[in-house]
Design a binder for this molecule. Structure first.
Ligand SMILES: C[S@@+](CC[C@H](N)C(=O)[O-])C[C@H]1O[C@@H](n2cnc3c(N)ncnc32)[C@H](O)[C@@H]1O
Length: 186
């Protein structure tokens, strides 16, 4: 029988443990991202921090039915390849563009279109740089979601101050998984 993205999610969850640390989002975060993506009718989504593709599977499985596309950036060769394999097995590779490289430097090489949704899940202290690079491409009403917003709050404190003071950014941190910051460009 053909594998579905749900089978691959389950396999990643089972492999994730002491020997393999994939730092995946929680299931509830994945489902909430799917609800948000559907609600805003997201077409172009950028993820920074593909990992092995766990969050990307949640995201792309929704985009596939809305003619959308996920652009996902990963700097680690091994995880990039694992994600590639997982996306292909879930038959989602046709709506995903994987970019290998280090954000924010790599963003310039492909980002020349409006984004509906940005999911940040990479090096915490670099999030201000990611934000500065993607801000102009995020459309009005577009959303930035940030994983680990509570578990790594101390590393995000400066970044959240920037967001809270920003005249066009409105949002909050939700008690979902390890904390999900959800901010919109107004
Ligand atoms: C928390 S994991 C991502 C997990 C993934 N979002 C998921 O839930 O399945 C963070 C990933 O970001 C990658 N990473 C960290 N800093 C990065 C950067 N500046 N550019 C690209 N990838 C980065 C790491 O190699 C790691 O695989």
């Amino acid at each position: 029988m053909k594998e579905t993205y749900l089978d691959i999610l389950q396999e990643i969850e089972q492999l994730n443990g002491k020997d393999n640390k994939f730092w995946i989002i929680s299931r509830e975060t994945g489902v909430f991202l799917q609800i948000l993506l559907r609600a805003v009718k997201a077409q172009k989504v950028l993820e920074i921090g593909t990992g092995v593709g766990y969050s990307g599977l949640y995201i792309a499985s929704i985009l596939k039915h809305m003619n959308g596309r996920l652009y996902t950036v990963e700097s680690n060769d091994q995880r990039f390849s694992m994600a590639q394999d997982n996306f292909r097995r879930a038959d989602l590779n046709d709506c995903i563009t994987q970019i290998k490289g280090h954000a924010p430097e790599i963003l310039d090489t492909f980002l020349n279109f409006e984004l509906d949704f940005v999911f940040l899940d990479a090096t915490k202290i670099e999030h201000i740089d990611y934000f500065n690079s993607v801000y102009e491409f995020l459309k009005k009403g577009g959303i930035i979601a940030i994983d680990n917003s509570l578990s790594h709050y101390d590393q995000f404190e400066k970044f959240f101050m920037v967001l809270k003071k920003h005249p066009r950014i409105k949002g909050e941190i939700l008690h979902l998984g390890s904390g999900l910051g959800v901010f919109a460009k107004t």
